[in-house]
Design a protein around this ligand. Structure first.
Ligand SMILES: Cc1cc2nc3c(=O)[nH]c(=O)nc-3n(C[C@H](O)[C@H](O)[C@H](O)COP(=O)(O)OP(=O)(O)OC[C@H]3O[C@@H](n4cnc5c(N)ncnc54)[C@H](O)[C@@H]3O)c2cc1C
Length: 414
């Protein structure tokens, strides 16, 4: 196994580091304070070729690997989690779904939106009553001749209000009322009739990017707005969700980058700050903390890179399901620990908003939740390890409970 980056990857990483350190680092505190979406950063990322870099060349991208994107995301996250999210969502998630399953027309349109508007597309799955239980979504798409009419409410949608392109998941029904399954529908802010942005969440961290409601009120999209898996509606949602493994690796990478950035700050601070007549880095209690922080960052990085690289070997072109889930679990939990330890190294200065650490603690807290919680991802890994298919719906769990009760009763009768 080769752990070395290629000269091209090292060059890419250096270019990302230069832009992050020289331009984005200074802007990060202001973005956090104003809670305004950093359009300047999005445009700079686009000009540098970091948006849509995984899009194939025939659609105007560079056809870069997910590992390449990960190298860029990590550098951005070391200074600004919000900016890193823009890179993730213009290279992974909704755009991966469209590039894998979309029609030629959909691929061209999505790529064009990213490159011409510096857009980060929004992926709209979660609903007020369907969070982890995503397949219980109630947003419905009714087939009406050559169009779909969609009604429902999504919430916690990253980028709602700033994203142009939206991939909205809904339960689809044929004209005779037959339920077809869950499908993804493309819609465009300010252009698709009936697409409305609702209330914004006041969030703990990553404040420069809005999370808000996306409301579909008799929203009309043409028949060709449906992004369909080759298996059609039947296995469609599961197929489309495979593309979400890219987003999981991307989210894990932001957590990794935030932790790596916090560790660097803590190390520099510990070398400069003096107490008892010597740098605090000379005290063994702090040395061990710094060693653990660095070790945990390195371990998470190895897993994230491995998960990203696994996409190269897969038929689907997506990261391996188990590795992607494990990488996100490990990196997201590590980020909570390492950013908190960095704050401890700073003492009171870490608790002050004058220093970046408290922002990194808030920003780093998100990743065990968004994009699949650490608990749900453990059920994903469990089903891979144990070879069991876990129920995906409330009905599925009810049937499982009934089967378990029947088994128990028959065992008792024996
Ligand atoms: C910052 C942020 C950005 C987001 N961006 C998007 C986005 O762009 N698009 C989108 O569609 N969604 C987005 N989400 C929503 C996110 O995907 C959901 O929050 C997540 O899936 C969990 O749903 P929930 O919050 O409703 O929690 P719930 O599902 O209500 O879960 C509550 C708790 O119960 C646990 N739990 C639930 N079921 C089980 C189970 N079977 N076994 C064990 N534990 C369980 C969970 O792990 C969690 O700890 C975002 C969320 C955040 C915080």
């Amino acid at each position: 196994m080769d752990f070395d980056l290629t000269p091209d990857q090292r060059d890419l990483q250096q270019r990302a580091r230069d832009l992050a350190q020289n331009v984005f680092a200074a802007r990060a505190p202001e973005i956090d304070k104003t809670e305004e979406y950093p359009w300047d950063n999005a445009k700079a990322l686009n000009e540098a070729g970091f948006m849509g870099m995984t899009i194939p060349k025939e659609y105007g991208g560079q056809g870069r690997s997910f590992l390449d994107a990960v190298l860029v995301i990590e550098q951005m996250a070391m200074v600004c989690g919000v900016t890193a999210r823009i890179v993730v969502e213009s290279n992974m998630g909704a755009i991966s779904t469209v590039m894998r399953y979309g029609t030629e027309e959909q691929k061209r349109m999505a790529a064009e939106v990213i490159f011409s508007r510096a857009d980060k597309p929004a992926i709209c799955i979660t609903e007020p009553e369907a969070g982890s239980a995503a397949t219980e979504m109630t947003t419905r798409a009714d087939k009406c001749g050559d169009k779909w009419v969609i009604n429902g409410k999504k919430h916690w949608i990253t980028g709602a209000g700033v994203s142009w392109l939206h991939l909205i998941f809904a339960r689809a029904f044929d004209e005779d009322g037959t339920e077809l399954g869950i499908g993804g529908f493309l819609a465009m802010r300010d252009e698709t009739p009936g697409l409305r942005i609702g209330n914004r969440e006041p969030t703990m961290g990553l404040r420069g990017i809005p999370e808000a409601e996306v409301i579909c009120e008799d929203m009309e999209v043409p028949a060709n707005a449906l992004v369909e898996s080759p298996s059609g509606f039947k296995r469609g949602f599961a197929d489309l969700m495979n593309a979400y493994n890219t987003q999981r690796v991307g989210a894990g990478t932001i957590a990794l980058g935030i932790a790596a950035g916090a560790y660097d700050h803590a190390l520099n601070y510990a070398l400069k700050r003096e107490q008892f007549g010597r740098p605090i880095a000379e005290f063994q209690g702090l040395q061990w903390m710094l060693v653990d922080m660095d070790s945990q960052v390195e371990a998470a990085r190895a897993l994230i890179y491995k998960a990203a690289a696994s996409a190269e070997k897969s038929n689907m072109g997506f990261p391996d399901v188990k590795l992607a889930a494990q990488a996100k679990i490990v990196a997201s939990e590590m980020a909570i620990k390492v950013t908190n330890d960095a704050l401890q190294v700073y003492g009171a200065a870490g608790y002050s908003r004058r220093n970046p650490i408290e922002r990194m603690v808030r920003d780093g807290r998100m990743f065990t939740i968004g994009g699949g919680t650490a608990q749900i991802l453990r059920t994903v890994v469990a089903s891979q390890i144990l070879g069991q298919k876990l129920p995906q719906t409330r009905d599925g769990y009810l049937k499982l409970a009934q089967r378990e009760a029947a088994d128990k009763a028959s065992n008792a009768a024996k």
